[in-house]
Design a protein around this ligand. Sequence first.
Ligand code: FES
Length: 177
Amino acid sequence: MSQQLTQIVPLSQPVDIGDEVAAFSSEVEAEIDWHRAKYPLLRSAILPLMFIVQRERGYLDPPGVAYLAKRLKLRITDIWEVATFYSMLHTEPVGKYHIQICKTLSCKIMGEPAITDHICNRLGIKPGETTADGRFTVSLVECLGSCGTAPMFQIGFDYHENLTLARVDQILDSLAA
Ligand code: FES
């Protein structure tokens, strides 16, 4: 029994935080300071600051996460916990156009599988992958809160609703131009 206990893998794995901390321009630092000043509790600024770091670096890379931990006076693991919870935050590089297809009940019933197949066939990738030219990433995500206009997907901050295959083609054509 005691031997079994010593072999139990810890719940929390060590995280490689590296030595590098991201640096930003004075304009970006001013924007970050403006958000920090809005919150009496510093950690409450975590989401706005994450979006800024993601915007500047393309995704939440380890130096960006280390920067957030430093500016918010939090542990690295506090940042990763939030970064890995929300589908709009990325811990890996994504394409210029990140197509997040809702796969939850209303969208699934209203045609999400056919739309996902259509997009993936057209782009030559599977969900979770990015095209070789770095333009498109396709992800399947949980409900995006637009169930009444299912099926839908999100690209960047834009919602595209009541999708049909023809409408999907129109959208992809406009992005390919
Ligand atoms: S089920 Fe797709 S937006 Fe809610």
